[in-house]
Design a protein around this ligand. Structure first.
Ligand code: PAF
Length: 281
C-alpha cells in the first residue's frame, strides 16, 4: 500500500494509473476505521483494479460546537487496517494541504439538506460537498463507495455527481451492524456500558416500522409515532428525529409508497447516533 500525503503526488499517481487504463474504486473516510469502512473496501476490491482510500477529518463539515477536535484519530491503526483490507493507495493529506488557498468560492447545497441531520447541522453538507469535489478531482475514481448508514449523504452525493457531471458511478453499500443490530460507527466508543445496551433501540424501532408497513400501514405519521414511543419507553435516549421520506429525492410523503427512507437520530450523554433503512412499499 502506498501512502500519499500531497495532492500533486496523488494526482500524478492517479494519472499514471488512468493512462494504463486502470479503474479506481474510491472509499472516502475520516479515518478511525471500523468494519463499515472495511466493507466498503471489500466492495471496491471486487470491481476495481485499484482501491484508493482517503483519510481526512474535514474541518469544513463540523459546526462550531461539534466534535472536530475530539473526533477519534489513530492513523497507525488505520494504516494497518487499510493495508490488511487491500487498499492500494492511502491518501492522507493534512488540513493545510487540502485547504491551502484563501477560499474564493463557497459552495451551498440548496436541496435535500433542511431535513434529517442536515437541519441539525447547518453548513454540514456544504463542507461535505466541498471536500468531495476536491477529493473527486484529486482521486478521479471510476467508482465511489458510500455507506447507506448516512443515507442523506448518499442522496446529496448522488445529486453532486449528476449536477457537476463527475464521470463517477456512486455505489451505496448496506450498513454493517453489530450482532444486536447497532450500526457500526466510530462514535460508538463514546457510549457508556449502559447506553451501549440501550442503543439497540434505534435498530429495533426500525424493525418495528418495517413490521407495521408490512402489515399494511401506509400513514407515515402512525409509523413515526410508534417508533418514537418505542424509543422513549425502552431507553434514556433523547430523540433528535424520526423522519420518513422518498429516496433518493428526500421528498415528504403523505402516504407511504415507492422506495422510502426511514431515518432515526437519537442522543445519549456524549454521543448522537443515526441509523436508517430503506424499503419498497
Ligand atoms: O462520511 C464521511 O466520513 C465523510 O462525510 C466524507 C464522505 C469522508 C467526507 O468528508
Amino acid at each position: 500500500m502506498e501512502i500519499i500525503t500531497s495532492v500533486k503526488d496523488m494526482q500524478n499517481k492517479v494519472m499514471s494509473l488512468k493512462n494504463q487504463g486502470k479503474t479506481i474504486g474510491f472509499v472516502p473516510t475520516m479515518g478511525f476505521l471500523h468494519e463499515g469502512h472495511l466493507t466498503l473496501v471489500e466492495n471496491a476490491r471486487e470491481k476495481s483494479d485499484y482501491v484508493a482510500m482517503s483519510i481526512f477529518v474535514n474541518p469544513l463539515q463540523f459546526g462550531p460546537n461539534e466534535d472536530f477536535e475530539r473526533y477519534p484519530r489513530d492513523i497507525k491503526r488505520d494504516e494497518q487496517l487499510a493495508r490488511q483490507a487491500g487498499v492500494d493507495l492511502l491518501f492522507y493529506p493534512s488540513v493545510e494541504e487540502m485547504y491551502k488557498h484563501n477560499r474564493t468560492f463557497k459552495l451551498s447545497v440548496e436541496n435535500k439538506v433542511d431535513i434529517l441531520c442536515g437541519s441539525k447541522r447547518p453548513g454540514h453538507f456544504d463542507g461535505v460537498a466541498t471536500v468531495l469535489i476536491k477529493l473527486f478531482n484529486i482521486v478521479q475514481p471510476t467508482y465511489a463507495y458510500f455507506g447507506m448508514k448516512d443515507a442523506q449523504q448518499v442522496a446529496v452525493v448522488s445529486s453532486l455527481i449528476d449536477e457537476y457531471n463527475f464521470p463517477i458511478e456512486l455505489i451505496p453499500v448496506e450498513t454493517v451492524r453489530e450482532k444486536d443490530g447497532l450500526a457500526k460507527s466510530s462514535r460508538n466508543v463514546y457510549l457508556t456500558d449502559e447506553e451501549r445496551k440501550q442503543a439497540v433501540v434505534i435498530y429495533q424501532s426500525l424493525q418495528l416500522a418495517r413490521e407495521l408497513i408490512e402489515k399494511g400501514e401506509t400513514n407515515p405519521e402512525v409509523v413515526q409515532a410508534a417508533m418514537e414511543e418505542y424509543i422513549k419507553s425502552h431507553s434514556s435516549a433523547v430523540i433528535d428525529y424520526v423522519e420518513i421520506y422518498s429516496f433518493p429525492d428526500l421528498k415528504t410523503l403523505t402516504t407511504l409508497s415507492g422506495l422510502v427512507l426511514i431515518a432515526v437520530a437519537i442522543r445519549f450523554t456524549n454521543v448522537r447516533l443515526i441509523d436508517n433503512m430503506t424499503m419498497e412499499v
